[in-house]
Design a protein around this ligand. Structure first.
Ligand code: ATP
Ligand code: MG
Length: 583
């Protein structure tokens, strides 16, 4: 491959685009890799397209290695598939919907579980046909609420999505493990620094699920890691360890206190510390009951429920949403309180909820035998020593309280701290959710139908291009890892005549040896501009044919380390080829 900058469809930008906040967005725009066509919708220009294809090639290679077979499904999908799975409604505003000339509804596919399930149902029928792994690399469409950072979060983007089909749970586990290994190899080959975190499975349903996050300070996903082990999890997926339950007997009886002017947890704690009860109270001794309403997809009615968390913690709405999804959640407003007069705002205790048959879910720290200061269900009153398992029995636990740095790690080793990352891949065990919807069965050896179990696995191929740049750039430009770089070597001819000719000659020689070469053969462009562009474009190896030509030398540059050395022109091609091959 030989690309000549004199004719290449490429215009680099000197200035950062005004709307570009993160490095990958800035550099991919400035380097002429992508151009914005509409919010969250991007065009890939020649060099960007090469990188995108290189990333896809690595993904393909590793998917094929685990026995995946590539297919290509349509992006234009009739409503009925998504209606059958409930996702026509569940996807809400994120689904791009359109209507054909006959008035039939369609969606632009955001992910393809439905169609893949139907595809396999149409072709396979015996247990002998399984297992199967099918994948595609395709444009996906999601009307994201906040398209952001260029191709990092687009509304049209490239995804590798694969689906595994197995006869039984062990098979699913094997397919899942194969994907996990393939993903590890892909992201290693792409030179990424990433973590695998336990995740929630989102709108997909199902159980085991992990995300691959590329660590970067600009990432949208906050995750936690442990100081004492390799535990890492999405904040939404952190399971709070329940403390041991203290014995119920011997605890004092609950007492209601008049607590005027205690609008906050802090004032409440001060009140009881001043009340001479013979012990010291902290915010962690209080039980804060937050009232929310939730609504399942497609339902008209909201359900009001109470969430009890220790008063030293806030409810984390993202964790709460993740715990309740696919239902939506909102806080109660004044009209809701008015409709439930037994809920005394600011003084809601467990018992008003439970006695009125509203669901009451508590933080896992609220184990039987713990005693709490909480609302007494009447204005200006709180109760002390309300004991869980004795004075109230919640309907269950919920992971809704915020996770804080320093919290104990759920695996019992070390404490948690937070870091940020970009979700680059996601693997999960769907189980039989979609097979149930579409009746995907295979005849077993005994002649009886067996329900197939599925996994679904995504990689953000276009997002990866940006994630790589986030992790691999400097203040001058991109530093492409060799595996995905738009070219192996960037030959720059400076000066007017001879240097450019020699540069072209070396470039041709390198291309003949099978290297992918970009040559700057532009006339009338200053060396300074060429060097600036070379740094911006980030090809791993550079070869400068400049002033040294008279002495028979050219300059070799390594983009990542910045190292430069002079080498004799006669051995330049050998040297470069050796470096590229040896890498
Ligand atoms: P996110 O939480 O970032 O919105 P998601 O969990 O909705 O992503 P999945 O449904 O798991 O995404 O999709 C599989 C992969 O596709 C993700 O791991 C991510 O790498 C990529 N991806 C998802 N949404 C986008 C997007 N809007 N733009 C680019 N890539 C995306
Ligand atoms: Mg995901």
């Amino acid at each position: 491959m030989l690309l000549r900058m004199s004719t290449l469809f490429l215009r680099t930008l000197r200035e950062d685009p005004a709307d570009a906040e993160v490095p990958s967005h800035r550099l991919l725009m400035r380097g002429g890799f992508v151009r914005r066509a509409a919010p969250g919708v991007y065009t890939w220009l020649p060099l960007g397209k090469i990188v995108l294809d290189n990333v896809a090639a690595v993904v393909r290679d590793e998917m094929n290695r685990i026995g995946g077979q590539e297919v290509l499904l349509p992006a234009l999908l009739p409503r009925e598939y998504y209606e059958a799975s409930g996702r026509w409604t569940e996807y809400g505003d994120s689904l791009f919907r359109l209507v054909d000339r006959k008035g039939a509804d369609y969606a632009l596919g955001p992910t393809h579980e439905e169609l893949f399930t139907l595809l396999v149902k149409g072709e396979y029928s015996s247990y002998k046909d399984f297992p199967a792994i099918l994948y595609q690399i395709q444009e996906k469409f999601r009307d994201e609420a906040r398209p952001r950072a260029g191709v990092l979060r687009g509304r049209e983007f490239h995804m590798k999505d694969s689906y595994s089909f197995d006869i039984d749970d062990d098979g699913l586990q094997r397919s899942y493990d194969l994907h996990r290994e393939a993903y590890t190899r892909i992201f290693d080959r792409l030179g990424l620094n990433y973590v695998i975190v336990a995740a929630m499975s989102g709108a997909m349903g199902g159980s085991a699920s992990e995300e691959f996050l590329a660590e970067t300070p600009t990432g949208e996903d906050t995750f936690v890691r442990s100081t004492g082990s390799d535990y890492a999890a999405n904040v939404e997926a952190v399971r709070t360890p329940a403390p041991p339950a203290p014995p119920l007997d011997g605890l004092p009886a609950a007492q209601v206190h008049h607590t005027p002017a205690t609008p906050t947890i802090a004032t409440l704690v001060d009140h009881f510390n001043a009340a001479g009860l013979g012990r010291t109270f902290t915010a962690a001794d209080t039980l804060k009951n937050v009232l929310v309403k939730t609504r399942a997809p497609g339902e008209a009615e909201w359900e009001v429920m109470g969430i009890g968390v220790p008063g030293d913690r806030e409810v984390d709405l993202k964790r709460l949403e993740a715990a309740l999804q696919p239902s939506e959640v909102e806080l109660l407003d004044d009209a809701d309180f008015a409709a439930h007069p037994f809920l005394v705002k600011g003084y809601v205790g467990p018992n008003a909820l439970l006695q009125n048959k509203l669901r009451y879910l508590v933080d896992p720290r609220v184990v039987d035998g713990t005693r709490w200061v909480t609302g007494a269900d009447q204005a200006d009153h709180h109760v002390v020593d309300l004991v869980a398992g004795r004075d109230f029995t919640p309907d269950g636990t919920i992971e809704a309280a915020e996770v804080r740095e320093g919290d104990p790690s759920p695996d019992g080793q070390g404490t948690l701290y937070t870091a940020r990352g970009i979700e680059i891949g996601h693997i999960f065990q769907l189980g039989r959710k979609y097979a149930d919807v579409f009746g995907l069965d295979a005849l077993g050896p005994d002649g009886k139908p067996k329900r197939i179990t599925m996994g679904s696995y995504g990689i953000g191929v276009s997002r990866l291009v940006a994630a790589i740049v986030e992790q691999s750039h400097d203040d001058k430009g991109v530093v492409w890892p060799r595996e995905v770089a738009p070219a192996d070597v960037h030959v720059v001819g400076t000066g007017k005549g001879e240097q450019i000719e020699v540069a072209l000659r070396i470039a041709e020689e390198l291309a003949e040896r099978g290297l992918r070469v970009l040559v700057d053969d532009r006339k009338g462009v200053s060396p300074g501009v060429k060097f600036t562009d070379a740094e911006l474009l980030g090809i791993p190896t550079g070869l400068i044919v400049g002033k040294g030509l008279a002495q028979g030398v050219v300059e070799f540059r390594d983009r990542a380390s910045g190292e430069r050395s002079e080498i004799p022109i006669d051995s330049a091609a050998d040297h470069v080829a050796g470096v590229v091959r040896g890498a």
